[in-house]
Design a protein around this ligand. Structure first.
Ligand SMILES: NC(=O)c1ccc[n+]([C@@H]2O[C@H](COP(=O)([O-])OP(=O)(O)OC[C@H]3O[C@@H](n4cnc5c(N)ncnc54)[C@H](OP(=O)(O)O)[C@@H]3O)[C@@H](O)[C@H]2O)c1
Length: 243
């Protein structure tokens, strides 16, 4: 199957991390579908990708953060594109430093869990069946790295949310050890920014996008976690993707 025959659903594709991945995939000839709750964000994404590839970008307003919303988005997407061969999931939010737990509310904790864990679960539940039984298909999770320690004081709830997404990815690998689809995770242990908003030590979302696109394009590995703490680690992702 050539890249042009593949349809990648980029969940969170209008975000900082996702937009870099979407651009890289489009530049390699893939068709890419993006669902966002915000049409203005989708318009900005259309302006951001290479103009020659815009025709291969399919955008859809929807909310994959509930079971019903994800099912609805799936039906609408299938009507538009007919099939999905690959899913890359970078749902969530960039950074959140709400303060120590005694200053936080249940509402804030619910929001963190909704955005980082529940949307990852509900979308996976809806879209995984489209790819799970085909070894030519892929499902790739992009997560943060806050598995076992606080990122820094004041980021406790972000750590809780990121850790729950990490645990979810881990149980998928263990619950589905023999699934045909290539199931991988890129675990980012640092910040990610656009070239205009990049801080020292951050990853450029375009370089991250290139590495993730290589992994999806080559689909040589499965049940693998790629930890990325610095730009040099992206080379490992690319090298292993190219094996
Ligand atoms: N940025 C970083 O520094 C960084 C570092 C390490 C790890 N990460 C991880 O990368 C992931 C994405 O981060 P980001 O920086 O790209 O965040 P972002 O810019 O806020 O983008 C997140 C995307 O997720 C989407 N989303 C969330 N809930 C949704 C829902 N219910 N339905 C549809 N779309 C939904 C948002 O869509 P809408 O357009 O609908 O809002 C948005 O496009 C997160 O899991 C984060 O932990 C990020």
């Amino acid at each position: 199957m050539s890249n042009g025959d593949r349809v990648v659903l980029a969940l969170g594709g209008a975000g900082t991390v996702g937009s870099g991945i979407v651009k890289a995939l489009l530049d390699r000839g893939f068709k890419v579908a993006v669902i966002s709750r915000d049409s203005a964000r989708l318009d900005r994404l259309k302006d951001f990708v290479s103009s020659s590839t815009k025709g291969n970008l399919i955008t859809l307003v929807g909310n994959v953060g509930s079971e019903d919303g994800a099912e609805e988005a799936k039906q609408a997407l299938l009507k538009l594109v007919g099939k999905v061969t690959d899913v890359v999931s970078s749902l969530g939010f960039s950074w959140w430093q709400g303060g120590p737990p005694h200053t936080q509310t249940v509402k804030e904790l619910n929001w963190v869990i909704d955005t980082l864990l529940l949307s990852t679960f509900t979308s996976w539940k809806a879209f995984f069946p489209l790819v799970r039984d085909d070894s030519d298909c892929t499902y790739t999770f992009i997560t943060g790295g806050a598995g076992d320690k606080l990122l820094m004081p004041g980021t406790g709830f972000l750590t809780v949310g990121a850790a729950s997404a990490l645990a979810f990815c881990q149980i998928l690998r263990e619950e589905y050890p023999d699934v045909s689809c290539k199931l991988n995770q890129v675990k980012i242990n640092t910040g990610v920014g656009t070239p205009e908003r990049i801080a020292p030590g951050f990853l450029n979302h375009l370089e991250l996008g290139e590495a993730v696109a290589t992994l999806i394009e080559r689909r040589t590995t499965s049940h693998t976690v790629y930890p990325v703490s610095c730009p040099a680690d992206l080379k490992t992702v690319i090298l292993e993707g190219n094996l």
